[in-house]
Design a protein around this ligand. Sequence first.
Ligand SMILES: [Zn+2]
Length: 132
Amino acid sequence: MDLKKRAGFELQLNALRQRLIHEVDSAEESLREDVVKAGDITSLPTHPADTDVEGFDVQVAIAQNEERMLEQVEAAIERIPIGTYGICQSCGKSIDMPRLRAVPYAANCIDCARHERVSIEKPVQGEPRHRW
Ligand SMILES: [Zn+2]
C-alpha cells in the first residue's frame, strides 16, 4: 500500500476512533441516566415504556457493539506504523481496496471474514461477487 493511501486510511481511522469514543461515552452516560431514572420517579414524567427492560437491553447491546468496534479501530491504527495494516491477520494476504474503503478497520480479508463469521461489520454492499 502506498504512503498516500495509508495516510488517508489513518486519517479516516482516527476520525472514526474519535467518533466512537464520543458515542461510547454518551451511550454509557445515557445508560447511567436510565438507571437513575428507573429508581427515581420524581424526575421528568416518563412513560412506562421509556424505562422498559427491552429498550435498556438494546442500549446495552449498542454500547457493547460500539466498544467492540472501537477496539477494532484502535487495533487497526496500531497496525499502521508496524506495516501490517491492510494485511489479513488470518491468512497474510492483502485486504482488497474496496473492502478497506468500506471497512477501514477490517482485520481480515473478505474470505477469512466470511469464514470466521466473527465480524461485527456492516454487510458490505455493492461488492462484486466472487468470480470462480
Ligand atoms: Zn485472509
